[in-house]
Every structure is written in C-alpha cells, then in structure tokens.
Design a protein around this ligand. Structure first.
Ligand code: PLP
Length: 396
C-alpha cells in the first residue's frame, strides 16, 4: 500500500504498516523471522527467473532476507527515504558509507564532535588508504568557514552531536555541500526520525546506530542507512562483498522496536527536558548541555529543526572528575553502562567510560571535559529520576 502525499508529509509511525502490507506467510500478523542462510528453488527455470529479476525471490541471506526487508522498509517510511539498508552494527553502517563514498586523495570533512570510533576509523583506516581526513573541532557553521577551498567529497556530521548535543543548521550544511559538490552524510542516531528527518533537509544519506533509539531496548547491535535508491543499491552491492549483514532474528527485534519509536522518543524527550531544567537549577552543576534549554548555543536552531529535543543530555559538575565518579556510584536508577537510547536510563562519566584508554587528559584533548556526565533518559517517571539525582548530589 502506498502512502498518500498527506501521509508522507505527516508520517504516523504507529501506522507504519498498512493492512495490505501485513500479508505474511501463514497469515502471521507480524513479519515472520526467516531464519535461513539460503533460499531454495523449485527448478532451474525458477532459478533462471530469479536471476532475470522476474521472480522477486530471495537467494542467500547475505544478499537479502525478507525479515530484513520488512525492517528496512519500516525505516524508509520513518526517514522518508526511498530505500534503506541494515548492518550488523552502527560502526558497520558508518564505515561502509565512508568506504563507499571515499577514495584515495578524496577529502572527508568531519564536523565537530563525532562518536569517538567514527573519528578513530577515519584517522586510522581511512588515512591508511590515503583519504584526506579533516576534523573541525567545533560543531558549528563558523567552523566550516575555516575549511580551505577545493573539492570535498564528504561532509559527515552528527545531529545532535555526542555528548554536548550541538545542532548545526542542516539546511546550511546542505547548501555548503552543494557548493562543494560534496555528499552530506548525517549520523542521526541521537535524533531518530521522530525528531529530525535529515533527508528532507538535503542530506544525501542518513546513518544510524540502530542499537540506540531505533531499537530502543538495549538488547541488540545494529546499524542502518537510508537515502536515495541508487545510493542504497550501491551499498547493497558493497555489503555483499564486505558481509556485515544483520541477522534475521536481530532484524525482527529491531523492526519490533521501531513500532514504538515515536511513543518512546516523545516520552524520553519530555522527561529529558524536565531533567535538564531541574539540573540547571542545581548548585552542584556547572552547566547542562541540552538543546531544549535556552542556554544551549543551538537552542534556536534546534527549535526550528526538531520536533522535540531528545532523550540524551549531558552536564558538567563543579566538583570535576571526582564528583562525577561519586555521582555515578551514588545514583540508584540509571545503569552505569556505555550506550544510550534504551528503555532503562543509563549514566556514565563520559571520559572514564568512552576514553578510558586515553585518560582524562586525552579525553580533554578530544573536547570531553573531566566531570562530564552523560545521561540517557529511559522510560522511568521524571519524579523518580529527579529524586534519585537529588539524593545522589547529597552524597558527592
Ligand atoms: N554513531 C553514534 C552517534 C554512536 O553513538 C555510536 C555508538 O555509540 C555509533 C555510531 C556506533 O554504533 P554501534 O555501537 O551500534 O556500532
């Protein structure tokens, strides 16, 4: 069933499948898990029909699988993209896109803070293949002005960025990439399509760690990319060679998670905003990074672009690293764990969790101050999370 133009403008994530699309084998209401490595053919003629593209059948799960196709089509509807592809992890999605778009001597510009391992991938592996990698330490349009003239192949950015939630104006980034004839790739893991749909603002591809909000239950690893059919087809061909496919079972869980994406993200955003406001008034807190706050440098851009401000926030403590260590130990509700976007609230002293190998100084050099706490808001009641923080502050 195809969406009407009105449906496309206002995608209703609760109704991501139409009645006709729910026709599954055995009249199963939900998409079955095709837990199979390979698909079988009735005859050589059947095989020939497959190869001619007439039958629409499947061949081998590294080249495609109906359970993955169900999840991919749901994501395409959510992102407003022509097509999507799933990967075994977010890093598989990030690295595959960058491998696909770049080549020796091509220039990659990474805008501002990016997920640490995206930067590590570019700095180590891409540089080894002679890609010119440029990091702009700040996630702002001003930083882009400092990029030297000359062709750029890819501008890669996270919106919002992790962990200080910068929200550069994506429309302006799209203009910049158009002027440079570059490709704009947006890692939209933190926003999810509930809050921002980068393709509508001129991004060429949108990338996700589907491990986070898309799946939403802290129970799987997955990555995803959405965009124009021709670009996704090229990634499908590449994936058949690189092999980082998602398993059908995980694709089923991801698809299931995406059915509740909207309600989860709306609720997490409401709670996160209230927590950010609460934290701003606490004497132990030096500053709060949350685009829903007027004090955030990108508040007006975020208001313009995003329907709400998301379930992730970070804050710095006056007491520095020691106070942060004590606070994460004192909190009783959020789990001390890496990652974000799930139903359970999670907390971390970011430098200690994500940059342990570099130490506090190394983290600082990467723009992560000691004492920065990242807090991923789950589905618990605001009052419980607030009281837990109040109690935690008493102990630091
Ligand atoms: N992109 C962002 C913004 C992330 O936060 C992460 C992981 O935390 C990734 C990509 C990598 O995703 P994964 O852990 O699923 O490989």
């Amino acid at each position: 069933m195809t969406d009407s133009p009105e449906d496309q403008k206002h995608p209703d994530i609760h109704a991501a499948e139409g009645r006709a699309e729910r026709r599954h084998p055995g009249d199963s209401l939900t998409p079955p898990i095709f837990q199979t490595a390979t698909f079988a053919f009735d005859s050589s003629a059947d095989l020939a029909a497959f190869h001619s593209g007439e039958s629409g059948a499947y061949f081998y799960s590294r080249y495609g699988n109906p359970t993955l196709a169900a999840a991919e089509s749901r994501l395409s509807r959510l992102e407003g993209g022509e097509a999507s592809i799933m990967y075994a992890s977010g890093m598989a999605a990030v690295s595959s896109v960058l491998w696909a778009l770049l080549a020796p001597d091509a220039r990659l510009v990474l805008l501002g803070e990016t997920y640490r391992h995206t930067r590590d991938f570019a700095e180590t592996l891409l540089s080894r293949y002679k890609v010119n990698v440029e990091f702009l330490e700040e996630n702002s349009l001003d930083a882009l002005k400092r990029v030297e003239e000359g062709p750029v192949r890819v501008l890669f950015t996270e919106i919002p960025s992790n962990p200080t939630m910068r929200v550069p104006d994506i429309n302006r980034l799209a203009e910049w990439t158009a002027e440079r004839r570059a490709r704009l790739v947006v890692d939209s893991t933190i926003a999810s399509p509930v809050l921002l749909r980068p393709l509508e603002h001129g991004a060429h591809l949108v990338v996700h760690s589907a491990t986070k909000f898309l799946s939403g239950h802290n129970d799987l690893l997955a990555g995803a990319v959405s965009g124009p059919r021709a670009m996704i087809d090229a990634l499908v061909e590449q994936q058949a060679l690189l092999g980082a496919v998602l398993s059908p079972h995980t694709a089923y869980l991801l698809d299931r998670g995406m059915k509740t994406l909207q309600v989860r993200v709306e609720r997490q955003s409401q709670t996160a905003l209230r927590l950010a406001e609460f934290l701003s008034g606490c004497k132990q807190v030096k500053c709060v990074h949350y685009p829903g706050l007027e004090s955030h440098p990108d508040h007006s851009t975020a208001r313009k672009l995003m329907s709400a401000f998301g379930g992730l926030l970070s804050f710095e403590l006056n007491g520095g690293a020691e106070a942060a260590d004590r606070l994460v130990d004192a909190l009783r509700i959020p789990v001390l764990a890496p990652g974000f976007g799930g139903t359970e609230s999670q907390v971390e002293h970011h430098a200690r969790m994500a940059y342990a190998d570099m130490g506090l100084e190394g983290a600082k050099a990467r723009g992560v101050p000691p004492g920065l706490i990242r807090y991923s808001v789950g589905l618990e009641d605001f009052e419980r999370l607030r009281d837990d923080l109040t109690e935690g502050f008493r102990k630091i």
